[in-house]
Design a protein around this ligand. Structure first.
Ligand SMILES: [Mg+2]
Length: 186
C-alpha cells in the first residue's frame, strides 16, 4: 500500500470504486448481493438537484427498494438542517446535517446508527473531495454519481473545478471508466 504522503496514496483515496449516471441508476439489490447493508447518502446533487430539488416518489421508491433488500440508509450532508430534515422526513430515513465531509465523524456516527461496519457500508455522492475521499478514509465502498444539476454554491463551484481536474486525471489513468453506468428504468 502506498504511503500517506505520496501522490499515489491520495490518488487511491480519491478514486471511487464505481461510477454511475445517477443514484437511481444504482440497483440496491445488486449492492445487497455484494454484502452492502448500509448506505450513506449525500443529499444535494446526489438525491436531488441542488438547493431547490425536492424528493420525488421515484426516489422514495428507490429508498424503499434498498430497505427491502435489507439495506439501511442515512443522509449525510454538509448543508444546513432544514433541507436535510425535509428529505429525511419524506423518505423516512435518518439524516445528519452540517457533516463537514470529508471529516470522518459524521460517517462513523451514521455507521454506528445503522449498525454497519465500513466494509458493509457504501457511500454515494457526487463530489470526489467530500463524499469519495471521506468514504475512502473510513474504508467504505464508494460510488460517485454524475451531479443531478450543474448549478452549485459559489465555494462548491470552485471545488468542482478542482474535482473535474482530478477526475480527468483518474480517467486518463484508467482508474475510473470513461462513461458512467446506467440502467434501463421503466
Ligand atoms: Mg453533493
Amino acid at each position: 500500500m502506498a504511503r500517506p504522503w505520496t501522490f499515489h496514496y491520495w490518488l487511491g483515496k480519491l478514486t471511487p470504486h464505481e461510477y454511475y449516471g445517477s443514484t437511481l441508476d444504482i440497483d440496491p439489490a445488486e449492492l445487497a448481493a455484494r454484502g452492502v447493508r448500509g448506505l450513506i447518502l449525500d443529499l444535494d446533487n446526489t438525491l436531488a438537484p441542488w438547493k431547490h430539488g425536492l424528493p420525488t416518489p421515484e426516489l422514495a421508491g428507490w429508498i424503499e427498494s434498498a430497505q427491502q433488500a435489507g439495506i439501511r440508509c442515512h443522509i449525510v450532508s454538509n448543508h444546513m438542517g432544514r433541507r436535510v430534515r425535509l428529505f429525511s422526513r419524506f423518505l423516512g430515513i435518518e439524516g445528519t446535517a452540517s457533516a463537514a465531509k470529508p471529516a470522518g465523524r459524521a460517517f462513523r456516527a451514521a455507521m454506528r446508527l445503522m449498525g454497519t461496519a465500513p466494509r458493509e457500508t457504501a457511500v454515494i455522492g457526487d463530489q470526489i473531495l467530500t463524499d469519495i475521499l471521506g468514504g475512502r478514509r473510513q474504508g467504505c465502498h464508494t460510488i460517485l454519481v454524475v451531479p443531478a444539476c450543474s448549478r452549485d454554491l459559489g465555494w462548491t463551484r470552485l471545488v468542482r473545478r478542482v474535482e473535474r481536474a482530478i477526475f480527468r486525471e483518474l480517467q486518463a489513468r484508467g482508474l475510473v471508466p470513461a462513461a458512467p453506468r446506467r440502467r434501463d428504468r421503466r
